[in-house]
Ligand binder design. Structure first.
Ligand code: SAH
Ligand code: F3S
Length: 481
């Protein structure tokens, strides 16, 4: 398999559905089955859904044929993500027809929000359609469909953060967990469907975030990832929705909390609790956050900083709110304050009107930054976004060719970073078995590099010091010392 194929495979695996397991306390004898696709936020939302339905007495199952309720938490970010979900719906249809005629099928998340009623009309199999802000309504919607009524709720809220719901941690490793801190996005990047499917940006009450982190630590978790489309715009002043900040009283403003303040508090939950966060937006990330990172040893030295393009002209068309120069300044600030900080990115290849010159600028930006790793995507038009009114004029083959060049460039940089780690020793948090061998553990360094090593007497959730003796562009191998 060539390197491009390997990297694509890695991206695909990342997007695969995951089945969650749960055993409810007041069981009602009914079972649900949930699959999640797309971003980390969707996996986190499925845990909220599981919690809401566990309160109603539902348990979960890994066997779709015995499920009373089948939910698919969907992603709309690219056309391919939606096609994957449609294939799953066809599969559920065949199960319903041949093996489990009584089951109800619900579509959750971004595709539900984007396609709304169209889902009930077009996909005859779908019984329930629920957008990302309406999960509390699920018990009511299930009752509705059982009464033979239409069950759709795609209302987008200005306040909902599910702050009071403790997610049911299912299907995980008991060591790492996601904690959402904001929902929605106000950035309006022209290519992106998220502002339309997840609504306006709002921040979650910090007390509920800190309590969730403390509970996770008490339950044996050792790493949390704070989640938001744009974590740097987290802002709490007692009132939730960010847009009202202008109207906040002077006391509220004085007591307000930004992302750096929140990060500082979360880092103090326990020094043995590792903190990560995603996603940082170059438009909003500032030195205060970088300084907070360097102040605390347990905040991991890794920043995921999607760039999307290396050309200022394209960045402007994308409405990203920064240009090449501003991005470089941010990279310099990071490297100056945390010299060894790992940096990763998302890149979109072949956006409307992208020329060979723009493409070269992307390659040269990658050479300047030298990312540790990256997720690279061909541009995919999303209906009703501002970019859908621009011409998607880079031919498919050219997008593919440029993507291959970008991937090749990234793999070269990734390998350089991994090779630099040979002979060095890193603290690794043990997260699970290696996929290839049950004699080996899998864990990650502060830089988010995957490490494989022999198990010895160690166990999940332990921190171990591993000396690196071998690597590929994606994985380190070593021995516990
Ligand atoms: N909030 C994040 C991104 C969320 S979407 C940010 O600040 O960038 C995850 C990634 O999907 C994006 O970073 C982008 O690289 C990719 N993406 C989004 N819309 C896309 C589209 N229409 N075509 C191809 N890739 C897209
Ligand atoms: Fe999308 Fe841009 Fe927000 S990529 S999620 S609109 S920051």
């Amino acid at each position: 398999m060539n390197i491009e194929k390997l990297l694509e495979k890695k991206v695909d695996e990342n997007k695969q559905g995951q089945v969650l397991q749960l055993s409810g306390s007041k069981k009602n004898g009914r079972k649900m089955y949930i699959e999640s696709y797309g971003c980390q936020m969707n996996f986190s939302d499925s845990e909220i859904v599981a919690s809401i339905l566990a309160d109603e007495g539902f348990t979960t199952t890994k066997e779709i044929t015995e499920a009373d309720l089948v939910f698919v938490n969907t992603c709309s970010i690219r056309e391919k993500a939606e096609l994957t979900v449609r294939k799953r719906l066809e599969f559920y249809n065949s199960i319903k027809r041949d093996k489990n005629p009584g089951m109800l099928v619900g579509v959750l998340g971004c595709m539900a929000e984007r396609l709304k009623e169209q889902f009930l009309e077009e996909e005859k199999l779908v019984d329930i359609v629920v957008g990302p802000d309406s999960y509390r309504d699920l018990p009511n919607l299930i009752a509705k469909v059982e009464d033979g009524r239409k069950a759709v709720n795609v209302f987008l809220s200005l306040e909902e953060t599910y702050a009071d719901i403790s997610p049911v941690r299912l299907g995980g490793n008991g060591v790492t967990a996601f904690v959402s801190i904001t929902r929605g996005c106000d950035n309006m990047c022209t290519f992106c469907v998220v502002p339309y499917t997840r609504g306006r940006e709002r921040s979650r009450d910090p007390d509920s975030i800190l309590k969730e982190c403390q509970d996770l630590f008490n339950n044996g978790y050792r790493e949390i990832t704070l989640l938001g489309q744009n974590v740097d715009s987290y802002l709490w002043f007692g009132g939730g929705a960010k847009k009202d900040f202008k109207k906040a009283s002077s006391t509220e403003k004085e007591n307000s909390l930004n992302f750096a303040n929140l990060l500082d508090k979360v880092a103090q939950v326990n020094p043995k609790l590792r903190i990560r966060f995603s996603t940082s937006n170059p438009q909003d990330m500032g030195v205060e956050v970088i300084d907070t990172m360097s102040k605390h040893n347990n905040i991991c030295d890794h920043i995921h900083l999607p760039v999307q393009s290396g050309s200022s002209r394209i960045l402007k068309l994308m409405n990203r709110g920064y240009d090449r120069k501003k991005y470089f300044k941010l990279i310099d600030d990071i490297k100056q304050r945390i010299p060894d900080c790992a940096i990763s990115m998302d890149m979109i290849i072949g956006f409307c009107s992208e020329t060979e010159e723009d493409h070269k600028e992307t390659l040269s930006l990658m050479d300047y930054v030298s990312y540790d790793f990256g997720y690279m995507y061909k541009y995919s038009v999303r209906p009703n976004t501002p970019a859908s009114r621009m011409e998607d004029d880079v031919p498919k083959e050219l997008k593919q060719k440029r993507l291959a060049e970008i991937i090749k460039n990234q793999l070269t940089h990734s390998l350089v970073h991994m090779k630099k780690k040979l002979g060095k020793t890193f603290e690794v948090l043990i997260e699970g078995d290696s996929k290839k061998s049950d004699q080996h553990f899998y864990g990650r360094t502060t830089h988010n590099s995957a490490v494989i090593f022999e198990k010895g007497n160690h166990k999940l959730g332990d921190y171990v010091m591993v000396k690196i003796d071998d690597c590929t562009s994606a994985t380190l191998k070593g021995k516990v010392i």
